[in-house]
Design a protein around this ligand. Structure first.
Ligand code: ADP
Ligand code: MG
Ligand code: ZN
Length: 474
């Protein structure tokens, strides 16, 4: 029996976070009253002329640089088709000369997914179907909101390098993290600011052919993306196995049934009658501008991972994944920069801090770093309590400690506590003093089990080593 593999290429459309639309001064804002952020340009009224938004071009170049694309001189084209969400009857897009060509996204697994191009285009308006189940079929009538018309989009097209539904989800989440890190997008799939079309075909394992593909439009969550691809791959395999063939089609994913259903025969590029947009000059970014944008790129998620694993080769990859997210990363940086042990920063950031993100209040990255640094003096559970209290406390760290009413254990007390454990475990202690480092963990474990509320692991370790040096007469 033939073994099959999936062949997947994704088109990700991301709305760019500009103040205004791509070709006019209307606010680029989500959630306005319908048809209030519109003007003659984005309504496509006769005689209006587009003026290119420089900020959108800058963001596009930023993303291209982050994807290691070749940033190049580019041009806009008109893509002609009729649909009521697009009053001009053509979309201004880029065609054969996109602003970014080539590039790659490296997944967590190390797999490289090639990028074909990342080009600029304008978004369309939005149709709302009334009556029936909200889908176009069976609706009584439809309403059109043109607020989204002309919002800048970057369309990022991947090579067909993705080989499973799981890998497609990994690709989108990595790309999303890059888009958010560059400041180009807010990455909100549920608000439609990130939309994914999946191109899917299958082929016998070992072959390099590209068979007919099906395009699944506008999948609106990672979970749906995985389900839609999973269904489509199975459908195509059983079609081939029963001697059938696959039609080049655009399909829609139906959430309720978990199936993909045909929407229309897929258009070919020549159906769109692309031609150069006569109202916009070509874009020719100066090399100095490109260099400036590249120089301003922040550390991207992949670089953040490398930095953490470089500091802690044995770090837990689950903790690292939490730490490299946009919300948590500034806290990690602040902790490491003031010299707290990276392991400690990572643990507190990936657990206690991650649980507070979005509601962190007065717990800024700097404050987080200061509190985590207190683990020299306080126990882990005390520090966790301080982190929680810091959210609603507007004062210095010393005031915070006083308010929470904590007292730290002095060196004398710590020595006494460690001494107690040493006395209770004479055999392990003898081996530890004789240089058997393996029992250290056991002894520390005993100390922390008994006194963990009052002292920190670092304090216990220092006291244990000090006692051992004394016992060995060093
Ligand atoms: P179109 O405008 O027709 O959608 P694009 O070039 O924008 O064309 O996108 C084509 C997408 O389809 C790319 O992501 C590409 O990787 C993918 N693709 C091309 N051929 C195949 C195939 N045989 N199977 C799966 N994906 C494919
Ligand atoms: Mg397409
Ligand atoms: Zn407008």
């Amino acid at each position: 029996m033939t073994q099959w593999e999936a062949v997947i290429g994704l088109e990700v459309h991301t709305e760019l976070k500009t103040a205004t639309k791509l070709f006019c001064g209307c606010p680029n804002a989500f959630g306005f009253e319908p048809n209030t952020s519109v003007c003659p340009v984005c309504l496509g009224l006769p005689g209006s002329l587009p003026v290119l938004n420089a900020k959108a071009v800058e963001l596009a170049i930023r993303v291209g640089s982050a994807l290691s694309s070749r940033v190049q001189a580019s041009q806009f084209h008109r893509k002609n088709y009729f649909y009521p969400d697009m009053p001009k009857d053509y979309q201004i897009s880029q065609y054969d000369v996109p602003v970014n060509a080539g590039g790659a996204v490296v997944l967590r697994s190390g797999k490289v997914v090639g990028i074909v191009r990342a080009h600029l285009e304008e978004d369309t308006g939005k149709l709302v179907h009334k009556g029936g189940d909200g889908r176009i079929g069976g609706a009584d009538y439809s309403l059109i909101d043109y607020n989204r018309s002309g919002v800048p989009l970057l369309e990022i097209v991947s090579e067909p390098d993705i080989s499973s539904a799981e890998e497609a989800k990994e690709y989108v989440s990595e790309l999303r993290a890059i888009l958010v890190a560059t400041g180009a997008s807010d990455g909100r799939m549920e608000e439609g600011s990130l939309r994914v079309d999946a191109n899917v075909s299958v082929r016998p394992v070992g072959s390099t052919e590209l068979r007919t593909r099906v395009e699944i439009k506008n999948v609106n969550s990672l979970r749906s993306l995985g389900r839609a691809i999973g269904y489509e791959v199975e459908r195509q395999i059983s079609e081939y196995e029963s001697g059938g063939s696959i039609l080049q089609q655009t399909r829609h994913f139906d959430e309720a049934s978990g199936k993909t259903l045909p929407l229309r025969a897929k258009e070919e590029a020549n159906d769109y009658r692309y031609f150069p947009e006569p109202d916009l000059p070509p874009i020719a970014p100066l090399q100095a501008e490109i260099d400036r944008i590249v120089g301003e790129l922040p550390l991207l998620p992949a670089g953040r991972r490398v930095r953490l694993f470089g500091l802690m080769p044995g770090a837990s990859s689950d903790q690292v994944e939490v730490a490299v997210t946009e919300e948590v990363w500034p806290y990690v940086v602040a902790g490491i920069e003031i010299g707290v042990a990276p392991e400690l920063v990572l643990a507190r950031a990936a657990n206690e801090l991650a649980a507070l993100v979005g509601n962190a209040g007065f717990l800024t990255p700097e404050r987080f770093a200061e509190v985590v640094a207190l683990e020299e003096r306080f126990s882990p559970s005390q520090v966790k309590l301080l982190l929680k209290e810091a959210v609603s406390f507007d004062g210095t760290v010393d005031e915070l400690v006083a308010k929470v009413g904590l007292s730290s254990s002095g060196a004398e007390d710590v020595r006494a506590m460690v001494g107690e454990v040493v006395e209770a475990n004479p055999e392990e202690w003898r081996r530890f003093v004789a240089g058997d480092a393996k029992v250290a963990g056991f002894l520390l474990g005993q100390v922390m089990r008994k006194f963990g509320k009052a002292i920190s692991g670092a304090q216990a370790k220092a006291a244990l080593e000090e006692l051992a040096r004394g016992a060995a007469g060093l």
